[in-house]
Ligand binder design. Structure first.
Ligand code: ATR
Length: 290
């Protein structure tokens, strides 16, 4: 296992495999500097076969807490001494801290997803109706939980592998309706919200191309993919005149609860933070609106 250089300030980390592309250090270091706090946040690569041992030794290790990214979120859930209600509902942990020597885990992906929409499209859930979630992987779990909490029903989970969509219905209940891609033309005309949680449309992946012609004029479209910032799905939706929100804010907002746990202050997702991450992606956004 790679051990980071010893530091003299309270240090949190993100563990994953690989983790070298994680932008979380930019976010947390920005907040530490903005709030004038002593602390640090580093990337910590942990191979899958070492993940359980990493958590088992966490209390004796150098870190005050960590974020957990792919592929370790389920191992983290199995490894913590205590998981909070959201993490238990999702069966996955992305944020870890110590309480009286015990390892506690939460999952802030659902909160991050919703906080992004609340910030950039306030009122998106004013009249929640049928929603369509594309994908049934780990990210979909958090999104489905969040949409259910905000009253969207039914939630149609469209996935290539039917079993995984059915597993979502088993986990979250009868408002969740498993479906296949062939069902989209039938489901789209009623939907009030559409979200992509698959990797389609991500840089290096095939594009996600959907005919939104039959969608309601008030369909709200979002994508948790944020590389590129405007995914093919969001372009198609904008061209159709639909309201859209990109996925970058989910990354920013999911980071806030962990920061507060570890460093004791609630940080804010500001236009400056968004611009910082966009600059790292080589993007200058017109108006720089967060
Ligand atoms: P994550 O944890 O990020 O959600 P994941 O668990 O690997 O990642 O899930 C990826 C999602 O993208 C799945 O819903 C996957 O569909 P399958 O369950 O059928 O694998 C979906 N996905 C990835 N590539 C796809 C493709 N080429 N066509 C359709 N769906 C795809």
């Amino acid at each position: 296992m790679t051990i980071s250089a010893p530091t003299t300030v309270p240090t949190a980390c993100v563990i994953g495999w690989p983790v070298k592309h994680s932008r979380s250090p930019i976010i947390h270091r920005h907040w530490l500097a903005e709030l004038g706090l002593a602390g640090d946040y580093v990337r910590h690569p942990v191979e899958p076969e070492n993940a359980a041992a990493f958590f088992a030794g966490f209390a004796d290790g150098p870190f005050i807490g960590c974020n957990v990214t792919v592929p370790h979120k389920e191992v983290a859930f199995a490894s913590v001494d205590q998981a909070d209600a959201v993490a238990s509902a999702l069966g996955a942990v992305n944020t870890v801290w110590l309480e009286n020597g015990k390892l506690v885990g939460s999952n802030t992906d659902a909160e991050g997803f919703i906080a992004n929409l609340d910030q950039r499209a306030p009122g998106f859930d004013a009249n929640p109706g049928p929603a369509i979630v594309l994908g049934a992987g780990g990210a979909a779990r958090a999104v489905i939980w969040a949409l259910k909490a905000r009253g969207f029903a039914p939630i149609h989970v469209v996935n290539r592998t039917r079993d995984r969509a059915e597993a979502m219905a088993e986990r979250f209940g009868s408002e969740i309706r498993p479906a296949g891609w062939d069902d989209l033309p039938r489901l789209l005309p009623q939907a009030t919200l559409l979200v992509n949680t698959t990797s389609l449309g991500m840089e290096g992946q095939p594009p996600l191309v959907i005919d939104l012609g039959a969608a309601r004029d008030d369909l709200f479209v979002t994508d948790i993919v944020y590389t590129p910032l405007e995914t093919p799905l969001l372009s198609i939706a904008r061209a159709r005149g639909l309201k859209t929100v990109d996925g970058l804010g989910m990354l920013l907002h999911q980071a806030a609860p962990g920061f507060e746990r570890w460093f004791g202050r609630r940080p804010t997702v500001t236009p400056e933070l968004r611009a910082l991450i966009l600059a790292d992606m080589g993007i200058v956004e017109a108006g720089n609106a967060a």
